[in-house]
Design a protein around this ligand. Sequence first.
Ligand SMILES: CC(=O)SCCNC(=O)CCNC(=O)[C@H](O)C(C)(C)COP(=O)(O)OP(=O)(O)OC[C@H]1O[C@@H](n2cnc3c(N)ncnc32)[C@H](O)[C@@H]1OP(=O)(O)O
Ligand SMILES: CC(C)C(=O)C(=O)O
Ligand SMILES: [Mg+2]
Length: 585
Amino acid sequence: MSQVTSHSPVVEPKVKPKFEAFDFRKYQPFAFAPNLPDRTWPNKTIEKAPTWASVDLRDGNQALIDPMTIEQKMQFFKLLVEVGFKEIEIGFPSAAQVEFDFARKLIEENHIPDDVTIQVLVQAREHLIERTFEALQGVRRAVVHVYNSTSKVQRDKVYAKDLEEIKEIAIKGAKMLQDHAAKHPDTEWVFQYSPESFSQTEPDYAVQVVNAVNEVWKPEEGQQVIINLPATVESSMPNVYADQVEYFCRHVKNREHIIVSLHTHNDRGSAVAAAELGVLAGADRIEGTLLGNGERTGNMDIMIMAMNLYSQGVDPELDLSDMSRIVQIVSECNNLPVHPRHPYVGELVFTAFSGSHQDAIKKSLDYNEKNSEATQNIWDVAYLPIDPAHIGRSYQDVVRINSQSGKGGVAYILQRNYGFNLPRWMQIDFSRVVQQKAEDVARELKNEEILEAFESTYLQNSGYELLDHNINNKGGEVEFNGQMTLNGETIDISGHGNGPLSSFIDGVARHTGKQLHIINYSEHAISPEFTYGEEDEAQSDKTNAKAAAYIQLNVDGEIYSGIGTHTSTVSAMLKGALSALSQAF
Ligand SMILES: CC(=O)SCCNC(=O)CCNC(=O)[C@H](O)C(C)(C)COP(=O)(O)OP(=O)(O)OC[C@H]1O[C@@H](n2cnc3c(N)ncnc32)[C@H](O)[C@@H]1OP(=O)(O)O
Ligand SMILES: CC(C)C(=O)C(=O)O
Ligand SMILES: [Mg+2]
């Protein structure tokens, strides 16, 4: 048996509130949880998408400041069809002319694909039901969805009716649907009943009302029936709702002949969680809206629930790949903005500003790139639950730089956008520069600003130019002879070493009398897709990858870093050394 508990408030507030009206003692713990100690849903997983039913054009629409026009409804309907919805609640035809006309337009102009069923909502009232069937004349297949509230608060305060009288409204509504449907035998009718405010109804009573409705409809004899269990106002934790759903599924008669549908709202912010747990608890079908528009805090967001399944390797059976187009149409039709942190779709949801997140994302992506065979291309990236590219988002979104960022993020920007694959020591060096700049401007730095800082720090060597030079390798010992401008002055240098760089540095050290040591050196080819830097005059073949060379020098005990780019590795290396020297002298 279900259990309804009541508590009396006795506790005094520990903190004196500023406004006396702010008084938790005016609320009571949720009272409609069934007693279900042997619940089974916690041990289950979702392995298949439920049947989705969009209620954007009804529940979403009824919550808008300005309800949609017919044109907007049509645009939205077409989007829902493209996305793959097979059941679409198109409105409340008896409520307004535009609602009625939209149903007629869809039917008369043949806008409903063969595999899509439209659904309409109506109260359990004769004249409204009559008008509803009028709106549906000629439709191939339709779900007629009738509801009446069964919750204690509505019974006592809105309807002032007892349990039997409220059940009678449902029974009468069920009969009215049956009678009207019988007059239109050419249509395939599906009946749907919602004990509105199911979650605030005593669980046994909800079962009783639904059994009474089904005694009229007789699903066991072939009538298609959907029983929808709304959390019209979300008023408990989602596990409690799941208990209610499991309790209902276990106790309702003819469970195997009915489709159990859920319809959750988001008053406590857990509408998606409630729907998910409700599926574990036995539901077959989920009603909701794209982006979660709906009464008050909204309906449950199908986009989030579908993407949650997707991110667990379950086919959501909806095509959400062109996410930005979906978001654009939905937010235009609803005339509502999308929060930048809205799960999966918000502008910032794939962006990491903070250093350690950026570092982890970069390392994960680099690892996956290098080990694609071993990882079998399975997505497993720190801080990114799905691959942004799967829903049309670019990697540009992933890392953005401000004063919270670190070396990994800055390196990511230079690598992804400009082809510079900074060695770790250079990442550390440059991140200090970026950090300072971000703090100075006290805002996010654009990619171009990061490149600008990079160039002005490491790629400038004005006044320091290598003129003529030649490098000879004599049995492993390299000799460098040449001319260079140093601080504007032209000088001859010659030096020895085990390579071009060390012999050049030796030559500069001899000439200037400074203590010069190479601390770090690294180089790589810049992929041809990056057209960074000036073309080498000698080689105009643009398919040649440019080289980038990173050099760190110790000059009289101080550390200086420089970078050079060139089509020839040796020239890139010497340019990098000149850049470091230009900072030192
Ligand atoms: C949880 C939900 O989202 S439910 C859907 C809510 N959506 C809407 O209501 C939008 C569309 N509705 C409307 O435009 C209007 O309500 C209409 C046109 C359908 C009906 O309008 P009206 O009859 O003028 O007014 P109203 O909605 O206030 O009617 C309330 C009456 O219907 C009764 N009623 C309300 N819902 C139901 C129901 N589901 N079944 C039976 N009777 C109902 C009320 O008890 C009340 O009765 P009373 O007149 O004896 O006091
Ligand atoms: C009419 C029903 C399904 C509804 O929208 C609700 O209860 O939230
Ligand atoms: Mg609703």
